[in-house]
Design a protein around this ligand. Structure first.
Ligand SMILES: [Zn+2]
Length: 555
């Protein structure tokens, strides 16, 4: 193949070509401009983020025929020599292979002679943390009394291994990992120059695995091009990089929506059999869930989601099938799994367990609601029910008193009929805005008479979401269209809102009617719950705690 992309070929030769690290470039060029060049610099940061490249450009800027200049010409004899590593005045030393004191002595003996041709003598010591202690000590003398026109540039991936005495004599710069966007842009420049056809999603995958390192991303791109040639298909990229495709992520989430654990496990097993990296799979899922969350909470997800990488419509549709709490929980389950997979000798098993756990994610309940519910589970029902409403009225003044609404049960009963106006409204609203499928599964019709539609929500979280003016107007306008008259919409939190509402058919029985035993636990003849009732109580408490704190039972 004629084209050979490589980190070397595309190494930036001028400050203006450097990607990222603008703050460092700014400080270095200011130093040149103000003639305040320090005698020692320390460049630290992860590999492949431009430390040595910046050091070389800086050496050229100091020594350029037209300099010291804030930007080297990259054409004069000095720039040429430095770029090609031939300059006697700019030396690059690999700290990893020259760790001893004798190598450092060679440098130090040399330091006191003036530069032969260049303005500055520059010593670039890469992987400087590998130097031995005695080598550092020898170096320290020179740093304490530096000869004029000598600049040391130390580069390291492990700043914490540098002795404090050295650190304190250097101007220190921390190089940041490059963003995915910065890497993609640079890869795009390279591919355009090399006439490689590749889509943005593929470049995104390459950049992602590069994890902030331009050099790693460029070598991965080399691999992909070596495999595919000048026309790179997305499927080929996925197989070279060992990542699962976008469609696999969509399918994974669809299985979650269907609560089909078997299909999920089959999908994971299939990915492993096809040589996919399950760590990447898990990481990609984390990102996918982040995007689902964005789609669920943002008014215009199109503005924050990358349409070239994601099918935003599909995301919105899938996000609508979950409660925001569930998405949060799933995100967290996967984040924990990703960390555990790295430590485990059985990463696939960890991933599979996480997949099963995902099918179990449920919306959180408010902690005050849980405390109230735990209170309701205490033996004396009279005591519990007395304490609850007063507590409730203090915290949620908007909670309507049950007595103030008439004839709730019969109306709610009719709402269950397929042909009822409410059912029509509900279906039409959900058709217009799929997330309402979820919101409205957490509410019931408290009253629907004349021009008033009163909806009661199980939890304040969903209530707060639907209280949004835009969402309210969707319900109101749909109701007005169905009923053919103006409708006043009222939203409130269900009094004594209990978890039971979720398991019972909505609207069947009002909380007021059930008030004495709101939790559904009948006191036994003695007034204390039976053993069976008690065990149910305990497991419910535990489950609620798990839901709130997102934990799992270990034993
Ligand atoms: Zn030059």
């Amino acid at each position: 193949m004629a084209y050979q992309v490589s980190a070397r070929k595309w190494r930036p030769q001028k400050f203006s070509e450097l990607v990222g690290q603008e703050h460092i470039v700014q400080t270095l060029t200011n130093a040149i401009e103000l003639d305040r060049v320090s005698h020692a610099y320390l460049f630290s940061g992860t590999r492949g983020v431009g430390k040595t490249t910046t050091a070389r450009i800086f050496a050229k800027a100091l020594n350029c025929e037209k300099g010291p200049a804030t930007e080297p010409c990259d054409a004069c004899v000095f720039c040429d020599e430095i770029r090609e590593g031939r300059s006697v005045d700019v030396q690059e030393i690999d700290g990893a292979s020259n760790t001893g004191v004798s190598e450092v002595r060679d440098i130090i003996d040399n330091v006191n002679y003036a530069a032969s041709a260049c303005a500055y003598k520059v010593y670039i010591i890469d992987e400087v943390h590998m130097l031995s202690r005695s080598a550092f000590n020898a170096l320290l003398k020179t740093l304490e009394e530096p000869p004029p026109k000598v600049v040391f540039i130390f580069a390291t991936t492990e700043q914490r291994k540098i002795p404090e005495t050295i650190l304190s004599r250097c101007q220190s710069f921390e190089f940041k990992p490059l963003s995915q966007k910065q890497i993609v842009e640079q890869l795009r420049v390279i591919c355009d120059q090399e006439k490689i056809q590749i889509d943005s999603r593929s470049l995104g995958e390459v950049a992602k695995i590069g994890a902030g390192s331009m050099r790693d991303a460029q070598s991965l791109l080399d691999q992909v091009i070596a495999y595919c040639g000048a026309e790179v298909s997305h499927g080929a990229v996925e197989s070279v990089l060992g990542v699962v495709g976008h469609s696999a992520l969509e399918t994974f989430v669809q299985h979650l929506i269907d609560k089909d654990a078997g299909a999920l496990l089959a999908l994971v097993a299939n990915a492993a059999e096809n040589g996919k990296d399950l760590n990447f799979f898990c990481r990609d899922l984390i990102e996918y869930f982040r995007d689902l969350l964005f789609a669920a909470v943002a008014k215009n997800p199109e503005t924050i989601l990358d349409g070239q990488i994601r099918d935003v419509e599909k995301l919105k549709q899938q996000a609508g099938q979950f409660h925001v709490d569930q998405l949060h929980q799933m995100f967290r389950v996967l984040s924990v799994a990703e960390m555990e997979m790295k430590r485990s000798s059985l990463p696939q098993a960890v991933f599979e367990m996480a997949a099963i756990r995902l099918t179990d994610a449920r919306p959180f309940r408010q902690i005050d609601e849980l405390i109230r519910k735990v209170g309701e589970m205490q033996p004396g029902p009279a005591q519990a029910t007395q304490a609850i409403p007063s507590d409730d009225s203090k915290k949620k003044p908007e909670t309507p008193r049950p007595a103030s609404v008439a004839a709730e049960a019969p109306v709610a009963e009719t709402a269950r009929s397929q042909e009822s106006p409410w059912e029509q409204i509900r279906m039409q609203v959900c058709e217009k805005k799929p997330p309402f499928q979820h919101y409205l599964s957490h509410c019931r019709v408290r009253a629907f008479e004349g021009d008033s539609l009163h909806l009661e929500f199980d939890d304040s979280f969903t209530l707060d979401l639907v209280k949004d003016e835009d969402k309210q107007s969707i319900i109101r306008e749909t109701a007005e269209a169905v009923c053919g008259r103006p409708i006043k919409l009222k939203l409130s939190l269900r009094p004594n809102g209990s978890a039971e509402a979720k398991t019972q058919e909505t609207g069947k029985t009002s909380a007021a009617e059930k008030a004495p035993t709101a939790s559904g636990i009948e006191p036994s003849a003695s007034g204390a719950p039976s053993k069976k009732q008690m065990s149910k109580t305990e497991s419910e408490i535990i489950q609620n705690a798990l839901d709130i704190f997102g934990g799992v039972v270990i034993r």
